[in-house]
Design a protein around this ligand. Sequence first.
Ligand code: SF4
Ligand code: SF4
Length: 386
Amino acid sequence: MFNEDNQSYSNTLKRLDELEKMPVQVNKEGDIREILENNGISRRDFMKWAAAMTATLALPSSFIPLTARAAELAGRIPIVWLHMAECTGCSESLLRSSTPSIDSIIFDYISLEYHETVMAASGWQAEENLHSAIKDYKGKYILMVEGGIPSGESEFYLTIGAEGTTGAKSAREAAEGAMAIFAIGTCSSFGGVQAADPNPTNAMPLSKITNKPVINVPGCPPSEKNIVGSLLHFILFKTLPALDAYNRPTWAYGLRIHDLCERRGHFDAGEFVQHFGDEGAQNGYCLYKVGCKGPYTFNNCSRLGFNDHTSWPVKAGHGCIGCSEPNFWDTMRPFEEPLANRLYSTKFDGLGADKTADTIGVVLLSATAIGIAAHAAISSMIKNKE
Ligand code: SF4
Ligand code: SF4
């Protein structure tokens, strides 16, 4: 446990003091306080966000000022963000909110030395930016990679930029000098849709391309909180967070969608949507029977939502499709039908979280069966009455 007297707290303070002495890397005008103010975000709002983020990171409230300070110092750490085989949805998750959230503003503020979607440079100049960032900040930059990485028959299924470098080579080189490495999104974490059967490009997760430790931040896309929170956690502690068997930070991926779902009461009561648009759907019943994979999916969407807590898939009326699990394109299909009595099992058979998921799956499927049976019994009672 953390508390103000313990080593963690004082180490973090020391680390933030050291970071403060580093030169500001951001080349935008103004510091984060001015940027927040210009976006209509008061100090009070910012501190409220810091409190929420501290709780999200599973830290005690004594860390709130440290989290706020870490966000303010985020501009001192250079970031190299590479795009591999992907749809850019993970970047979009952060960058395209109509009302910028504090998370997206922080992402805007950090020193993005290389990011194909948002940088002004192109062609040779862009390549030059990447090479110089990797050289100038050797051992000091954070690498974030979005997208699966094609790796054979030939790596040339993905070639990038004026030099025609393969994605795999580019990712390997950038990983070499990185201080920390994050696989952003399910494609980079586990291969994603590119790696779905039959995986014609032999797309790989980032962790198979480098032998350095990779923190996986999966999701299709991951929420802005999970991306920014991962960055803040590293700024605060400079160590790997507690990870599950798939290298996902447990502060974000430690619980199942189902554990905190707002429709959970209906699941327990055996009240299910039977078809999209039916009366159950109008009443906000549980979406398990129309395919919700929340019981098998480890992520915090049901706790945090998306777009500044506005909504999330289950709230909007469609079940979770399990996007933060390995191989979900293969193992969670069909997306609009329940897994029924098919046990959730991945190709990583036998690994820790998989075992946990299997065990939970067995228990849960029994619970589901009870829920469904209860519903069937109630329905038949009503029918008999009629
Ligand atoms: S099955 Fe899906 S909709 Fe139903 S309670 Fe679980 S997470 Fe929510
Ligand atoms: S609700 Fe499920 S499918 Fe949707 S983003 Fe969260 S984990 Fe992915």
